[in-house]
Structure formats: structure tokens, C-alpha cells
Design a protein around this ligand. Sequence first.
Ligand code: NAP
Length: 286
Amino acid sequence: MIVLKGAPVSQKIQTEIESELSLWKSQGMQLPHLSVILVGTNPASEIYVKRKQEMCKKLGFSSEVIKLGEETTESEIQKIILNLNQNLKVDGILVQLPLPNHINARNVLESIDAGKDVDCLTEKNLGKLLTDRAIIKPCTPSGIIEMFKFYGIELRGKNIAVIGRSLIVGTPLMHLLLKENASVSIFHSKSENISQQLKNFDIVCVAVGKANIFKYSEFKKDAVIIDVGMNRSPDGLIGDVLNDSDSTPNQIKAATPVPGGVGLMTIAMLMKNTLTLAALHRKQAL
Ligand code: NAP
């Protein structure tokens, strides 16, 4: 089985960003700036935000994390976002999800200026994605497409299942796969008999958020598995798909590991999107 590691793909994107930024530096241009809003003390979110900050530092972006208490209200967050929208220094705004239950995440996301919506989550940018007018694409789904390209996995004409239909992963991923001319089936919590259907698919992307809900032996022989799930367990971070290849060796052709797979791509694409928006802002400022 081939392990589809995120690191080399992420490195390729980082190298491209670094070479673009060295041009920016030589021309004295203001480097990209990402603002991240973190509400509450969700330990997983804190770790993800820290990784994003570390990557900003590594690439030379400026960044800030605005940490807000669990009890912060929706309108307080929106006020902060409005200030960031107006701040010419800020190129990208990311609200780390999930937000505490008393906050309507959709209302918060909609207050982000579409030109700074670095994960393509506003209605305006999601609409542009559907009509092929998006300047940037959602980080995790576009990171998965980058992985397919890097590893030479053909998508055209393939039968692909996407399990999970969130606006952050499953639904935009379905759209990006359709754009690559795959035939896509989407499954969710109300879908019946998913396990019995898994053997119909050449590629399966699982974005459910339930540890080990599926296992390699359930998939078609030579299938490619993209495991987006990130679940905390006493053994550390684990995916949605259990690697039972000890009992059924050679069942699947390739799979992404957790950790070390899609998660690395999400961060790389976040950096790429921030750079793209920053380039647009510098052009608009001329
Ligand atoms: P989400 O918003 O909770 O969506 C989960 C999706 O899974 C929903 O569409 C839900 O269906 C579906 N689902 C739930 N139980 C199911 C079941 N038994 N069978 C089939 N479908 C089921 O989660 P998300 O934000 O998309 O994230 C999914 C996972 O990916 C999480 O573990 C998250 O941490 C991880 N993630 C990883 C990255 C990364 O960089 N690797 C990035 C983002 C998210 P309904 O729509 O019917 O409720």
C-alpha cells in the first residue's frame, strides 16, 4: 500500500510560496498578513491555530491570533471582524471552527469581507466556487486535489465517494472533484447502508469526524482512500478509517495517513490562499 504523505506536497507548495515571496521582498512589498480568531479553549483548535501560526512564521508571513473567551458574544466577534475587514494591513481572516454553541457560525462567517475570506466560506465565495469564478478555493478540499495531482492519481471518469457533506469539506470537495470530471456520490448521516456500497468506488474521501468508522478491508480492491478525519483519542490523533491491512494486506492501493496526510495540506493551502489574496490587495492598492 502506498502512503500518500502530505509532507512532500505541502513542501512543494511552500517552495512555490517562498520563491514568490523572495520576489516580493526584493521589490520591498508588504508581506502577507493572516489574522486568526480563536474563540474559547478547545484544545484541538488551539493546536491547529498554533500550527498555522508556525507556518506563517516559517514562510515569513505576518500573523496574529485574536484569542477570545468562551463567553464572547456573536456581535462582539462580528465587531472584531469588521475592524479586520477595514484594516488595510490584513489580507486574510480565518475564524477557527467550531465556535461555541451559543454563537451562530454562519452569521459570523458572513461578516468576513469576501476579499479576505481565506477559507472560501462566505456565501459569496461559495457561490463563486459553484460558478467557477472563485479566486481561491476552500483549503482542505483544494489541498486534497493537490494531493491527487502530486501523486498522479487520475480523477477523470473515476467513481468517487465523498462521505460527509459539510460546507468546509464534503460539499466543496464534491464540486472540485466534479470539475476534475469524476463521477461523484455523496453520503451523509442519513445515507443508508454505506458500508455495503463502498466496494463500488475507485476513490473514497471520508470526512465524517468519527474515529475508525470505516476500515480498509471494506473498500474495493485497489481503492484510494483519503482520510480527512481528525479525532482525538488516548493514542493521539486518529482518522475516520481504520488501517486493518495486517489482516487484509494489499486490499487498497493507497491511503493518506492521520496525522501526516490531509491536515498538512490544509495549512499549506491556507498559506497559498493568503498569498493569493495579498497579491490581489497589493494590485488593488496600485
Ligand atoms: P462536520 O461539519 O461535523 O460534518 C460531518 C459530516 O459527516 C456531516 O455531513 C455528517 O452528515 C456526516 N456524518 C456524520 N455521521 C455520519 C455517518 N455515520 N455516516 C456518514 N456520514 C456521517 O465535520 P467537518 O468539519 O466536515 O469535518 C469532518 C472531519 O474532518 C472532522 O474529523 C474534522 O476534524 C476533520 N477535518 C480535518 C481537516 C484537515 O485538515 N485534515 C480539515 C477540516 C476538517 P450530516 O450532514 O447528515 O450531519
